[in-house]
Design a protein around this ligand. Sequence first.
Ligand code: FMN
Length: 166
Amino acid sequence: MNTIDNRRSIRSFKDKKVESEKIEKLLRAAMQAPSAYNQQAWEFIVVENKETLSKLSNMSDYSKPVEKSALTIVVSANEDNLTVPECWQQDLGAATQNLLLEAVEQGLGSVWMAAAPSEDRMEFIKDLFDLPKNIKPYSVIAIGYPQADNKYIDRYVPEKVHYEKW
Ligand SMILES: Cc1cc2nc3c(=O)[nH]c(=O)nc-3n(C[C@H](O)[C@H](O)[C@H](O)COP(=O)(O)O)c2cc1C
């Protein structure tokens, strides 16, 4: 099964540290993403500290997987480096997805939790990490060794494909 088919959101993790070499591979994959005008305006906060993970897991009712993750990465944009500001969320979406796919390659599980566009969630992260004004949190990715194997689900729907015209 290929990497794309094997990726699923994983919300339960083993109590096992992720090796620093693997963490670098995740970050390298994220930074290989396409971006508008190649602006690469992303920044990453890697969190392994249990106390910080516990606090970060309160971002929303749906961010509980963060608490038991081996690490969580907060993907943000640096406004000072945005040459095409209107594309910042698309760029960071591509970086986030690259990171999720590399996690599969590394035998890890992960789940994407949205910070942007929720002002409340973005503010929560800004406060927690005391971020400078120019940093806009985008996604929060909980990562670790998965408790269970991924299950493949075929989501191909031919009716959603329109050839040449609607
Ligand atoms: C923008 C975005 C926000 C998401 N937010 C959350 C979240 O807050 N909590 C969570 O557990 N999963 C979250 N997910 C994961 C989705 O629930 C998941 O991708 C979807 O149910 C499909 O399942 P799969 O990832 O296993 O294929 C989010 C996914 C995306 C792309």
